[in-house]
Design a protein around this ligand. Structure first.
Ligand SMILES: Nc1nc2c(ncn2[C@@H]2O[C@H](COP(=O)(O)OP(=O)(O)O)[C@@H](O)[C@H]2O)c(=O)[nH]1
Ligand SMILES: [Mg+2]
Length: 154
């Protein structure tokens, strides 16, 4: 699996998504599976909340194959400057979290991630695991067997 680093403000849902991706349990086509991939680097939100976001991103992204920029549906404004992705020598994907929140605005969060430069955007509810399998598929490399593809034990 490719390794992803998660960036986002405090409360964006990085740690919860990390748990969901590491797969305490993940939901795929309505069935739950346990996942054992160790594919994630969780970061403190403070990186995003400083003026030096660009250099922090550039530095830490070297540890990973993919950078995931998070925006939750409930964020009041975006902390991402336009086209921040050009600072990073890695693939950058956008991840909208808390898509289940009634007070959230999923479209607005996705727009902010697009403005930041994300070409691909994923949508997740880390609490139920909805959408999490799509990110794992994106991180998949040739030869990787996904948890839901393993044969059921007899
Ligand atoms: N409803 C809902 N709540 C979420 C989701 N992801 C995270 N949360 C909640 O949002 C809060 C902050 O999440 P956390 O993962 O600690 O954010 P972090 O600061 O970015 O690591 C916690 O109370 C989580 O339970 C989600 O997809 N849906
Ligand atoms: Mg956290």
């Amino acid at each position: 699996m490719k390794k992803i680093i998660l960036i986002g403000r405090s409360e964006a849902g990085k740690t919860t998504l990390t748990q969901a991706l590491k797969g305490e349990t993940i939901t795929y086509k309505k069935t739950q599976y346990i996942n054992y991939f160790d594919v994630i680097i969780d970061t403190p939100g403070e990186y995003l909340q400083t003026a030096r976001l660009g250099s922090a991103l550039a530095l830490y992204s070297y540890e990973a194959d993919v950078v995931g920029l998070l925006a939750s549906s409930t964020e009041p404004y975006s902390l991402y400057p336009p086209n921040i992705t050009c600072m990073v020598n890695r693939d950058v994907i956008g991840i909208v979290t808390k898509i289940d929140d009634e007070k959230g605005n999923v479209k607005q969060a996705a727009k902010w991630l697009e403005l930041a430069g994300c070409k691909t955007i994923f949508y997740v509810n880390s609490k139920t695991g909805e959408g999490v399998a799509d990110i794992l598929e994106y991180l998949r490399e040739p030869g990787d067997v996904m948890p839901w593809e393993k044969e059921a034990p007899n």
